[in-house]
Design a protein around this ligand. Structure first.
Ligand SMILES: NC(=O)c1ccc[n+]([C@@H]2O[C@H](COP(=O)([O-])OP(=O)(O)OC[C@H]3O[C@@H](n4cnc5c(N)ncnc54)[C@H](OP(=O)(O)O)[C@@H]3O)[C@@H](O)[C@H]2O)c1
Length: 186
């Protein structure tokens, strides 16, 4: 039976990650608000039939809970989840973890975090079924010039992380921290 993957925030920098998972024979559910953007993820895939759209705002906690419960009902337990969730939705990840752990089957969560996460200790979700790892998106420096990562660099780093075993992976660099580009919300 095919493995199931869920990608949250799938239609931006995780577009190529979603398509890569489909190419690896996962059945991939892609979650975002805009179904047109999600359709673009599917239509550019070599395996469009393996990509399933889930249009949902992760700020809407109650309907998010229901959408994840419905997803498990429809597709069965998830095996792998890649999550990029803005900090404006602090309840989204705990709700997703709770609902995806209900079938009592182990699953992997790769939590994609902005550079500021490097300053915070890893806080694992409270679930014995969720195998938590995190990817921290850093920046890149060439000489004196520092910049944030491109979508291609981020997608390649997340795909590498999916194939690795480390609990925490840094894409790009986070040190020296003072070289970090100016815009601080990512
Ligand atoms: N360290 C770094 O270098 C770094 C870190 C982060 C970001 N960036 C860069 O900054 C760019 C913009 O970042 P971004 O955060 O906008 O990421 P993004 O990955 O480009 O887009 C956000 C994704 O999350 C979805 N999303 C947003 N709000 C949502 C909500 N309330 N509910 C459900 N899904 C939601 C969006 O789809 P919908 O809009 O359809 O909902 C989209 O799929 C990125 O493309 C990346 O290049 C760089």
């Amino acid at each position: 039976m095919a493995q199931e993957a869920l990608v949250i925030g799938a239609s931006g920098m995780l577009t190529e990650v979603s398509r890569w998972l489909a190419h690896q024979d996962y059945q991939v559910t892609v979650l975002g608000r805009d179904s047109g953007k999600l359709g673009h993820v599917r239509d550019g895939s070599t395996h469009p039939e393996s990509i399933h759209l889930l249009s949902q705002d992760y700020h809407q906690t109650d309907s998010l809970r229901q959408a994840i419960a419905d997803l498990v009902e429809k597709r069965g337990p998830m095996d792998v989840v890649v999550a990029w969730i803005h900090s404006t939705a602090p309840h989204a990840l705990p709700v997703i973890v709770e609902e995806l752990s209900r079938p009592e089957k182990r699953w992997q969560l790769l939590h994609v975090c902005g550079s500021a996460a490097w300053k915070n200790p890893m806080t694992e979700p409270r679930s014995e079924f969720c195998m938590y790892r995190r990817v921290i998106l850093g920046f890149t420096c060439a000489g004196e010039h520092a910049r944030w990562l491109t979508n291609d660099e981020i997608a390649a780093g997340v795909i590498d992380a999916l194939q690795a075993k480390e609990r925490q992976i840094i894409v790009g660099q986070v040190e020296p921290w003072e070289k970090r580009p100016a815009y601080s919300s990512i």
